[in-house]
Design a protein. Structure first.
Length: 453
């Protein structure tokens, strides 16, 4: 078959993310309200800051500002995770990063399936934060064995999805008709089902061990538990959520508000209580699904992450139990030691930047200078921050805990096992820092070659 007849993975991912959004808005109407609030805040922010609007337009960000940036799911078995890797590969999404959430008392470890090259990120940056339940951390033998039995008896993928994944792998892509069917079949894995697969007693026993365990084990599939639009002013969205009828989590996770945003800030409205029908026709409720918001900044180098982690550790010691206003005040105070100037971030090697020629550089004629700072002084090159496309373990755990009733089990802590996760995945996870470093170096090499020509 001619490869040109295939739909691109980027196009399939774009269709899937839009279908997922429509489905989730129908399932969780409050999420539609959140999207409207974020759109309003973004519009007002751009009206107040024409320079920001200009930068977003030049860098191709404005057209995809309204695209949901990520979703999150939790699966229960190695086989489910391995098949998800194959499913996401159809959409050009690859496992990037290893996240050990046991360090925050949550019995999962995770990766982010996402596009990795610049063109794909520009087309649609949608990613899915995917967590694998760690049954081995459940201390109760009977409960652990029961959970394993329940998971072994379910299949979270439709026959059609499995067939189309195999077709994609064998023929190297999907035709237009196959791509449309794939999106519809894949969506079923992430759909909400109000009928539990267990009786109420089993659910309550797993719930007592940890709410997340009950959420993963007791249903037909890994229902999408949140989607996340991108905001340009997360503090304003947090402030307005109660006015729009949403109950926001107590604090915004991540770094403080800055002139030069770094990494990732996240908040959400708290998970809704939803009616569940358990085996034996008994009614109950389950709380797991919510709406999240994110605001992204520049990706940090290993040196930048070391400083960030050091300051975050200090801030967490001082912010425990504070409301959001006080939490943010203390956070900003602690993070004064983190440079808030793009030039200083670049010169100190704390953040990743993408280099490009200026107008002067493009018309300068042949330049053999290799001193980067000299080229900056001559106005021949410029640098812009590379957006952080990944996640922060502590922030992810904070979102989990906030929407699972604050559950934290210290017995889970300190149990990172990347080897086991990759064995379950059936592949190695990609080092996110290496991706940013490669992108920075490639851009630098390109401008030097262009100047020499």
């Amino acid at each position: 078959m001619n490869r040109q007849t295939f739909v691109s993975p980027d196009e399939i991912r774009d269709r899937f993310s839009k279908a997922m959004s429509a489905m989730y808005q129908a399932e969780v109407p409050q999420y539609e309200t959140l999207l409207e609030l974020v759109e309003q805040v973004n519009r007002e922010t751009l009206e107040r800051d024409p320079a920001l609007a200009g930068r977003l337009t030049v860098h191709g960000e404005l057209d995809r500002l309204g695209v949901e940036r990520h979703g999150a799911i939790r699966v229960g078995s190695d086989e489910e995770l391995a098949m998800l890797r194959r499913l996401f590969a159809v959409m050009g999404m690859h496992p990037v990063g290893y996240y050990d959430l046991s360090e925050a008392g949550v019995p999962v470890h995770s990766t982010a399936f996402r596009p990795v090259d610049d063109a794909s990120l520009a087309r649609n940056p949608f990613r899915v934060f995917t967590s694998l339940l760690r049954l081995e951390l459940i201390e109760n033998d009977t409960l652990r064995e029961r959970a394993a039995e329940i998971l072994a008896a379910r299949d979270i993928f439709t026959d059609g999805a499995r067939e189309l994944i195999a077709t994609h792998e064998s023929q190297g892509g999907l035709t237009a008709d196959q791509a449309e069917r794939f999106v519809n079949e894949a969506l079923e894995t992430f759909r909400w089902h109000r009928d539990a697969t267990v009786d109420l007693e089993t659910y309550e026993a797993l719930h007592a061990e940890h709410r997340l365990i009950a959420d993963v084990v007791c249903f037909r599939g890994p229902h999408i538990n949140h989607l996340t639009p991108r905001t340009l002013d997360i503090d304003e969205v947090q402030r307005r959520m109660p006015q729009a009828g949403m109950d926001p989590k107590e604090v915004i996770e991540g770094p403080p508000r800055r002139r030069c945003p770094i990494l990732l800030r996240q908040t959400s409205f708290k998970a809704l209580e939803e009616s569940i029908l358990f085996a034996g026709e008994r009614q109950g409720t389950h709380t797991a699904r919510f709406g999240e918001i994110e605001q992204r900044g520049v990706a940090l180098t290993p040196a930048g992450r070391k400083l960030y982690d050091q300051l975050l550790k200090e801030s967490r010691r001082r912010t425990a139990g504070l409301d959001n206003a006080e939490h943010q005040r203390v956070l900003a105070e602690v993070f004064r030691d983190f440079p808030d100037d793009e030039a200083e971030l670049r010169l100190r090697g704390l953040a990743f930047f993408e280099y490009a020629l200026t107008d002067a550089g493009r018309t300068a004629g042949r330049v053999v200078e290799r001193d980067i700072e000299a080229l900056f002084e001559r106005g021949l090159i410029e640098a812009r921050p590379i957006t952080y496309e990944d996640f922060l373990p502590v922030s992810a755990a904070g979102i989990f805990q906030s929407n699972l009733g604050g559950d934290r089990n210290e017995a889970y802590a300190g149990n990172a096992n990347r080897d086991a996760f990759e064995a379950a995945l059936g592949a190695s996870v990609i080092d996110e820092l290496a991706l940013y470093a490669k992108r920075e170096q490639a851009s630098l090499t390109a401008v030097l070659v262009a100047l020499e020509r």
